[in-house]
Design a protein around this ligand. Structure first.
Ligand code: ZN
Length: 153
């Protein structure tokens, strides 16, 4: 699945594969394909969208195999998912593979879930801690609004 795109080093997929091996687990075609799809995605993806993308790159992989790969990667703390209100869960690479935790941004028009750098809310977290003693978990936050596509007049 070499698309010719230069990925920033260290490659999160290579790092994830290294950690799968370190856990004594198998590095399967499905697991690697799921990691690559998530690493290349700008958005968080539902399990169905991940399956569709993997099918394009590696036809013949069964849906249940992809779901099992997602479960295994989540158990290994390499993939995380978020479930926002009534939407299906969307998946993304774990924060430690991509240079830190992220804040989710969700479009209330089309439902797209994207992300912003995890330090986006540092000032907010600092004030909440200082003024209320409240420890904000920014990775569990979903900011809502309209995405670039939907905000266009
Ligand atoms: Zn939108």
């Amino acid at each position: 699945m070499d698309d010719g795109v230069q990925h920033p080093t260290p490659d999160p997929v290579a790092e994830a594969v290294r950690q799968i091996r370190a856990h004594g687990e198998r590095v399967t075609v499905a697991r690697t394909a799921v990691l690559r799809v998530l690493a290349d995605a700008d958005e968080h993806l539902s399990a169905d969208a991940i399956f569709a993308a993997v099918s394009r790159a590696a036809p013949g992989v069964h849906r249940t195999t992809i779901y099992r790969a997602l479960d295994a990667l989540e158990r290994l703390d390499l993939v995380a998912f978020t479930r926002l209100r009534h939407d299906a869960a969307t998946y993304h690479l774990a924060g430690h593979l991509v240079g830190g935790a992220r804040v989710y941004v969700r479009c209330r028009v089309c439902g797209t879930v994207g992300h912003a750098p995890g330090d986006l809310l540092d000032d907010v977290a600092f004030r909440l801690a200082a003024e209320q003693g409240f420890a904000l978990d920014p990775t569990a936050v979903a900011l809502t609004g309209r995405c670039a596509r939907c905000a266009r007049p």
